[in-house]
Ligand binder design. Structure first.
Ligand code: NOJ
Length: 554
């Protein structure tokens, strides 16, 4: 590997930042965030160290699933701006060294999309086969993704007396992706946004839209289609990525990467490790996370894991067994209103950890030190909390908190016009806001900047191989990432007790220095590569392994 590879395969060392235009910054004072508002905040994002923005859906929408219900794949919801604003944003972001990707939702449309309107008008509509219809709902239908909100995945359309498929809400009919005409439309749509300058897509609900669950007459290998999509995207723009939402066990995720060939999704979120991290936090025991990380399958050089602490949905715990899930519920979501779908929590991290800055910082230190690419959800850099009054998944989608003034500086509009309520109480803008934190060297924001700077200067995190280091403390995760450009050891203490951690560093000798990247300390290893390192309660350390003659900056 050459240092210049880090720019060709930019996503392997990126810092991805997810935001919803609607709740980020309102520039025209109508209560809704807009593209112009975001453009005014690019310098903030660049100062933070973000290198890739992921925009949640901004397309025209009836907004019954926060924009994931699209009525026009080629346009911008007029509350947020127009196509010209999109191009201006991408251009200005590029000037700050920031790429932009967008959510793309091809599993379904809104039921108000002209395709579905035409499809449901008559069985002979040319758009009928854009969706999946049955005379009777099949007996072995899977459960809805939204239990409690939807009874099933087939809904009767009375006009034509057939049932249509919807794996999500009933107002989100599933597209029939086996239909070549639908595939052609998807291809055109991806091409359109790439042409406007996007660097790729966060692909919504990937396993659902591939024709692999017995809903279609197409029995071809679903991965052939994913490969086709990747090929198309790469032909149009060589550096474009597909960041896929695939909440499946590692073994299956490997197939969505295209196995060791890496010719399907470029990146996938690591839902498995994320869920074990919360179990580890609940137990003050790093082993569940360590065990899961050790199971990560090796992936192709150009593929990448996307690590995250929190996203815009419920914090899903669907991969834990019932008892484990209950432990996490008891620790972090003790009240009914904090949970959803019997599998997830609708809170943000800081309130779950009772606002303990040591624990919160330990978790983000972990996020940036794990092999892969970190993905932040807006406001995490400030330690924003949730507003449970917003209800369900909306609790974590409150307006970004810029200042301590009206509406947290997000909008000058009347409160009642905002899409979601601003967070109140101890996490309100009076206590948590970007403006104050920018001027405070000890703030969460300043800490996040430091982590990002160190992460960006440590390509081994994005490129390296992971080793879980042996040491005697169940509450400590000690891991090492080693790549062609260097090696780093990271320690994270999940417990409230300070500890001393004995380690053996392979290939180290009496002249090896361990340089603390987050502090001012340097430790020498003994001749046999052993060393003991102190960790505070909920402490964290990143140590660059430097052998004599290394030309790396510490
Ligand atoms: C996954 C998205 O993350 C979620 O927010 C959305 O509701 C569903 N897909 C349906 O589009």
């Amino acid at each position: 590997m050459r240092i210049t590879d880090t720019s060709d395969l930019w996503w392997k060392t990126a810092v991805v930042y997810c935001l919803d235009i609607e709740t980020f910054m309102d520039w025209n004072g109508d209560g809704h965030g807009d593209f112009e508002g975001l453009a005014h905040r690019l310098d903030y994002l660049s100062e933070l160290g973000v290198t890739c923005l992921w925009l949640m859906p901004f397309f025209p929408t009836p907004d019954r699933d926060d924009g994931y219900d699209v009525t026009d794949f080629y346009s911008v919801d007029k509350r947020l701006g127009h196509l010209g604003d999109v191009v201006e944003l991408i251009r200005s972001a590029k000037d700050r060294g920031i790429r932009v990707i967008t959510d793309i939702v091809v599993n379904h449309t809104s039921d108000k999309h002209p395709w579905f309107q035409a499809a449901r008008s008559s069985k002979s509509s040319p758009y009928r086969d854009f969706y999946v219809w049955r005379d009777k709902p099949p007996k072995d239908a899977p459960a809805s993704v939204f239990p409690g909100e939807e009874d099933g995945v087939w809904t009767l359309d009375e006009r034509t007396n057939q049932y249509y498929l919807h794996r999500f809400y009933h107002h989100q009919p599933d597209l029939n992706v086996a239909n070549p005409k639908v595939r052609e439309e998807i291809g055109k749509m991806l091409g359109f946004w790439l042409e406007l300058g996007f660097s790729g897509f966060r692909v919504d609900a990937v396993p659902f839209f591939l024709p692999d669950e017995g809903f279609s007459d197409d029995h071809s290998d679903p991965h052939d289609y994913l490969r086709e999509l990747r090929e198309l995207v790469s032909r149009r723009r060589g550096d474009a990525v597909l960041l896929g939402e695939v909440n499946l066990p590692y073994k299956q995720q490997l197939t969505y990467f295209g196995g060791r060939d890496g010719d399907e999704l470029t990146m996938q979120f690591d839902f498995e490790a994320m869920q074990r991290m919360y179990l580890s936090l609940a137990r003050s025991d790093a082993r569940p996370l360590a065990r899961m990380l050790a199971k990560r399958p090796p992936i192709a050089r150009k593929s990448q894991w996307a690590n995250f602490v929190r996203n815009h949905d419920e914090l899903t715990l669907d991969k834990l067994n019932d008892a484990e899930r209950q432990e996490v519920f008891d620790a972090f979501g003790p009240e009914e209103r904090m949970r959803v779908y019997d599998r997830g929590i609708v809170r943000r991290l800081p309130p779950m950890l009772d606002g303990d800055p040591r624990r919160i910082r330990m978790v983000y230190s972990l996020l940036f030190s794990l092999p892969g690419t970190p993905v932040l959800f807006y406001g995490e850099e400030l330690g924003m909390g949730e507003n449970l009054d917003a209800g369900g998944r909306l609790s974590v989608r409150t307006p970004m908190q810029w200042t301590d003034s009206k509406n947290g500086g997000f909008s000058t509009a009347r409160r009642s016009r905002l899409p979601n309520p601003v967070t109140e109480g101890g996490y309100s803008p009076a206590h948590v806001n970007a403006n104050a934190q920018r001027h405070d060297p000890d703030s969460m924001l300043s800490f996040m900047q430091l982590l990002i700077r160190r992460y960006r200067a440590s390509a081994e995190i994005g490129w390296g191989e992971l080793t879980i280091l042996k040491q005697p403390h169940a509450g400590v995760l000690a891991h090492r990432v080693t790549g062609p450009l260097g090696s780093m050891v990271a320690l994270h203490n999940f417990t409230a007790e300070p500890v001393t951690v004995p380690l053996t560093i392979d290939e180290a000798n009496g002249d090896t220095r361990l340089v603390d990247l987050l502090d001012e300390e340097t430790t020498m290893t003994a001749g046999d590569g052993t060393v003991t390192l102190d960790l505070d309660a909920y402490g964290y350390r990143w140590l660059r392994v430097l052998n004599p003659g290394s030309r790396r900056l510490s």
